[in-house]
Design a protein around this ligand. Structure first.
Ligand SMILES: [Zn+2]
Length: 405
């Protein structure tokens, strides 16, 4: 088998090869004798694309993985019967848009990790490249916003300078010497020759991934968020076309919010703060008004209090369960001999609240549960306070049942 072609030419998009093997357990997985498809590794996802065989046969490459023996398996979809047999010639084509996007993010990661180490002494411990965004985990508990802006700008300067990105292979001993001298940022455990990615006068790192030719191809870098993860920091970022798309999508959101709040983008935080303060004040006023209303409702229902035990069973038209709860608790506090059950219809559901004064000998939870059971409703509670739900047309039936039990 030949070497990994993507090691030397990350821009190789089309190639000819022969089928080297077909997985015996799975006819949809094949190995090729030319390795141009990148297998998922080192945080970078595997390539996708297409394989074309004799007679116009085509199959989509869904993902690519390298097994423990170093064989690269291409998982295929839509393979015509007998199209790919061992030894047959095939033409491969890599989904270039997807691959180039991965190259932009991966080279961007090397650059960002180098700048974070240089500017803040924060080493990168891992890298993940997802569909939407990429993240690195840093061995550092915190970085303030001003530092992150400085790092972002320094990385973008290096992108603008369009510095060459070179790839070279060295023996393990040389790589270890480079690591010891501080010239090499990171070195994996495994033995054998090491592949080094050299961003001119910026970063030297051992890596098997696919990279851009020069920093200009990274096309710009935006930091997208910071979260604390296991005592370290997880930093989200996007490069190149992803950065352009992310900025366009942010701008669309800002425009919508500007129209909704009648404020320019820069004024949105102040406008949102004003609105929050207004909502808080209005909530306070509504709560006070509802308390007053509940007091009045409780007083008007308590007129039935003639000194002896009495029952209040009432539907509160146009009110919600929260209001019924306030009235019931006020009533039971004001009238120790009152057994109250109040019903409302809220959001298309019947809601019931039952409460009793201190001198009433009844178990509200048990009574209400029994009354609700007769109409297929559910509920319960303590001896002094209970709540439940039933179909909206059964509220009155539950009130009658609860006071008769
Ligand atoms: Zn890498």
């Amino acid at each position: 088998m030949t070497e990994h072609l993507y090691y030397h030419d990350s821009e190789l998009r089309q190639f000819h090869s022969r089928v080297a093997a077909i997985a015996s357990s799975d006819a949809l997985k094949i190995a090729l004798d030319h390795r141009a498809f990148y297998p998922a590794s080192g945080g970078q996802p595997g390539d996708r694309g297409e394989l074309r065989g004799a007679g116009g046969a085509r199959a989509a490459v869904l993902d690519v993985e390298e097994d423990a023996d170093g064989v690269i398996w291409h998982r295929l979809e839509g393979v015509p019967a007998g199209a790919f047999v061992v030894g047959a010639e095939v033409e491969g084509e890599i989904d270039w848009g997807r691959r180039f996007d991965h190259m932009q993010q991966h080279s961007g990661q090397h650059l960002l990790s180098a700048v974070l180490l240089r500017e803040c002494g924060a080493p990168t411990v891992s890298f993940h490249l997802g569909q939407e965004s990429a993240t690195i985990d840093l061995d550092r508990p915190a970085l303030d916003a001003a530092t992150l802006r400085r790092v972002e700008e320094a990385a973008n300067w290096i992108i603008a300078e369009d510095r060459p990105v070179r790839i070279r292979a060295v023996e393990r001993e040389e790589a270890e010497a480079l690591l010891a001298s501080g010239a090499l940022r990171k070195l994996p455990e495994r033995g054998g020759p090491m592949r080094l990615i050299d961003i001119d006068n910026c970063d030297l790192n051992a890596c098997g991934g696919t990279h851009v030719r020069s920093t200009g191809q990274i096309g710009g870098l935006l930091l997208r968020g910071v979260e604390r993860v296991r005592g370290g920091l997880r930093l989200g970022f996007v490069c190149g076309l992803r950065a352009a798309r992310a900025a366009a999508s942010d701008f669309a959101v800002l425009q919508t919010l500007s129209a909704q709040l009648s404020a320019a983008s820069a004024e949105l935080p102040a406008a949102a703060a004003r609105m929050q303060a207004e909502v808080k004040e209005l909530r306070k006023q509504v709560r006070a008004a509802q308390d007053e209303l509940a007091d009045r409702e409780a007083q008007s229902l308590a007129v039935q209090d003639a000194g002896g035990p009495f029952v209040v069973a009432q539907v509160l038209e146009g009110r919600g369960a929260d209001f019924a709860r306030r009235v019931a608790s006020r009533l039971s506090a004001q009238a120790p001999r009152c057994l109250a059950i109040l019903g409302v219809v809220e959001d298309g559901r019947g809601r019931l609240v039952m409460a009793r004064g201190a001198e009433v000998d009844a178990h509200c939870g048990q009574r209400l549960r029994a009354a609700l059971a007769s109409v297929g409703g559910r509920g319960g509670g303590s001896p002094t306070m209970a709540e439940g739900e039933c179909p909206p047309d059964q509220v009155r039936a539950v009130l009658s049942a609860a006071v008769q039990v």
